[in-house]
Ligand binder design. Structure first.
Ligand code: MF3
Ligand code: CO
Ligand code: CO
Length: 270
């Protein structure tokens, strides 16, 4: 049994509510995609997301979120450029040709959370940048493909590490996927590398969680910004790429709830 708290296994109405939240969240990544160009600032990305969310009458879960940090997150999405692994704070930075930028956002729709992220390529990337983005996307999908009733949670991390290693990239360990639903972050913890704990856990129909591997071109070690308390960079300045989907285990397999209309689908070539 994966959870003591049975209510983590969603029933029909709750599953539909999660689908709705995730679908809206994914549509915001399509909005970013339509507007992405060199010169766009990360603050402008945040404004696009904040206003579309408000128009729809929903709420960003990231705005004011505290987590383990000392100060609340000040924006409606995370924008993580080049060597930023995750939790980059939108600001005056203007995107340049060749940048890679992960936009990670979470929306609360009728009390349910949809969480997803995508790494966008601005203009023409270096070969290394393109390869790490490709590999992060391939790793996410290899992980998704392990999910089914009774599969082990550790199969996710095993798949991600296998895909990263064959391209010579590393997998960040400090930041992990998570259960998601009524809460932004709830059990289970979903490590992107195999752990003893994950080996003991089996997936069950009705559970929802994120998979969000961060792959680095150099060291997997991270550095938290002292300046803003949120931005996480690679210790060596190497590039980092990430993709995130919210998934739901069903009676027969797995449903990817945060697929967007125009975003990369399974097997996408960058
Ligand atoms: N969306 C991130 C995740 O995938 C969490 C960001 S927390 C924030 O779990 F406060 F930085 F937004
Ligand atoms: Co996220
Ligand atoms: Co997440």
């Amino acid at each position: 049994m994966l959870f003591n708290r049975k209510r983590l296994n969603l029933v029909d109405g709750e599953r539909q509510a999660m689908r709705n939240a995730c679908k809206f969240n994914a549509s915001l990544l399509d909005l970013v995609r339509e507007n992405l160009r060199p010169g766009l600032t990360t603050d402008e990305i945040d404004q696009l997301i904040a206003s579309r969310t408000a128009e729809a009458g929903h709420k960003s879960a990231s705005l004011g979120y505290c987590g383990q940090q000392s100060s609340p997150f000040p924006k409606s999405c995370c924008t993580s450029v080049n060597d930023v692994i995750c939790h980059g704070v939108p600001g005056p930075y203007a995107l340049k040709d060749g940048d890679i930028i992960n936009v990670d956002l979470t929306t609360i729709v009728n009390g349910w959370h949809g969480d997803s992220s995508e790494t966008f390529i601005v203009g023409t990337p270096s070969d290394l940048a393109r390869r790490v983005v490709q590999c992060a996307h391939d790793a996410l999908w290899a992980a998704i493909d392990t999910c089914r009733p009774n599969s082990r949670l550790s199969e996710i991390g095993e798949a991600i590490v296998r895909i990263a290693k064959r391209s010579g990239f590393t997998v960040v360990e400090e930041y992990v996927g998570h259960g998601v639903g009524r809460q932004y972050h709830q059990p289970p913890t979903v490590p992107h590398y195999p752990t003893a704990e994950a080996r003991r856990q089996k997936l069950e129909p009705g559970i929802c969680f994120t998979i969000e591997p961060m792959l680095n071109t150099g060291t997997k070690e991270t550095l938290l910004s002292k300046r803003d308390g949120w931005t996480v960079r690679t210790q060596d300045g190497g590039l980092s790429a990430q993709f995130e989907h919210t998934v739901m285990v069903t009676e027969t397999g797995v449903e990817v709830l945060t697929l967007s209309k125009t975003g990369p689908q399974r097997g996408h070539k960058f």
